[in-house]
Design a binder for this molecule. Structure first.
Ligand code: NAD
Ligand code: UD1
Length: 332
């Protein structure tokens, strides 16, 4: 199939483009580079062994997106473009609603005008908010606790309404848990601008010596060792989940949601231990107070995705840490 990836040069987009291309699909990328670099394209092309069309532009530019869809004969859009930093979304909520929600509306208009009826959407486990039970299945109540999470929830609702009103539109809504790690070539990976907010990229920079020590946000949670537990998923598994979602589209009847995670939770201390093995050195860390807004534990029930998409996240925590470290080393 011919697939347009909005946000295609980002962390998850670049891995997904690789997996789709390896599975025989044609990919076209559209990105405004607000959180990625053009250099990614060259690396991606090196991995897939052919040139990949990449349009520089914003999803809010309806006319440009429409032209792109028509010019390339796009059949499916994977909509990854969006802003994703929770803390930033609290400080500048309008930017988040403008970029994420308005961006999606503009994209949907362009798709309508170009008669493109299939979308895979990048949502997040953050839409569930504080877990009321574990593991979290797709029927868990939705109650995001910050503007970023609310943009994802509102977009999901817009997409659901759009599908309900149009028999020919299909949307696969993917709620990612905690994507980490890098492509095996070490050419693609997560390289956030400034000081990383998330655990694994922060730890990678501590391991490389760029940052002095890791702060562990709280050791008094009701978990196995008191530190926060998350469902880390290897980004290549996640990318393969998009290939499975694409193959599911013809069987889908309308709007379908899937959680993408492994179903296993690991604590911060367990991740540190595994990273130390991967990089062969100690990660200096200090226990500090809880980060506001954090929850104790979060992991998925992967059964629906496993059964319906016929996809499973197989890569281990150790592979996640090793690949993250390989990528980090190449950067330094
Ligand atoms: P990323 O920032 O690396 O990638 C997003 C890409 O979208 C970037 O390349 C950015 O330049 C581009 N972009 C942003 N706004 C745009 C716009 N208006 N027009 C065109 N391009 C635009 O982030 P990522 O980690 O690859 O995340 C991809 C998607 O997955 C996002 O929608 C994010 O909310 C969602 N998600 C990510 C995570 C995670 O932990 N990384 C977890 C759950 C959901
Ligand atoms: C965060 C976002 C979530 C987003 C996800 C993307 C918040 C509150 N939530 O989730 O919306 O979808 O990233 O992957 O920002 N930790 C430390 N020290 C650090 C960083 C993190 O101890 O320097 C701990 C956290 O307390 C948590 C775990 O590591 O227990 C994972 O944190 P992180 O990688 O930031 O992901 P989430 O908080 O799950």
């Amino acid at each position: 199939m011919t697939v347009l990836l909005t946000g295609g040069t980002g962390y998850i987009g670049s891995h997904t483009a690789t997996a789709l291309s390896e599975a025989g699909h044609e990919v076209i990328l559209l990105d405004n580079f607000c959180n990625s670099h053009r250099a990614i394209l060259e690396r991606l092309e090196k991995i897939v062994g052919k040139s990949v069309p990449c349009i520089e532009g914003d999803v809010r530019d309806t006319a440009l997106v429409k032209r792109t869809l028509q010019e390339y004969g796009v059949e499916v859009v994977i909509h990854l473009a969006g802003l994703k930093a929770v803390g930033e979304s609290v400080k500048t909520p309008l930017n988040y609603y403008e970029n994420n929600v308005h961006g999606t509306l503009s994209l949907l208009r362009a798709m309508d005008e170009a008669d493109v009826n299939n979308m895979i959407f990048s949502s997040s486990a953050t839409v569930y908010g504080d877990p009321q039970y574990l593991p979290i299945d797709e029927d868990h109540p939705l109650a995001p606790t910050n503007p970023y999470g609310r943009t994802k929830l509102y977009i999901e609702q817009i997409l659901e309404d759009h599908v309900r009103a149009n028999d020919n539109i299909k949307v696969v809504n993917l709620r990612y848990f905690n994507p980490v790690g890098s492509h095996s070539s070490a050419l693609l990976g997560e390289d956030p601008r400034g000081i990383p907010n998330n655990l694994m990229p922060f730890m990678a920079r501590v391991a490389s010596g760029e940052l002095k020590e890791l702060s562990v946000f709280g050791d008094d949670y009701p978990t196995m060792d008191g530190t926060g537990v998350r469902d880390y998923i290897h980004v290549v598994d996640l990318a393969e989940g998009h290939v499975a979602a694409l193959e599911f589209l013809p069987r889908s009847t309308g709007f379908e949601t899937f959680n993408l995670g492994t179903g296993s939770g690991f604590s911060v201390l367990q991740v540190i231990q595994s990273y130390e093995v991967a990089c062969g050195k100690k990660i200096p860390y200090q226990i500090v107070k809880r980060r506001p807004g954090d929850i104790a534990s979060c992991y998925t029930d992967p059964n629906k995705a496993n059964a319906v998409l016929k996809w499973k996240a197989n890569r281990s925590l150790s592979e996640m840490c090793l690949s993250s470290w390989d990528f980090q080393r190449r950067l330094n």
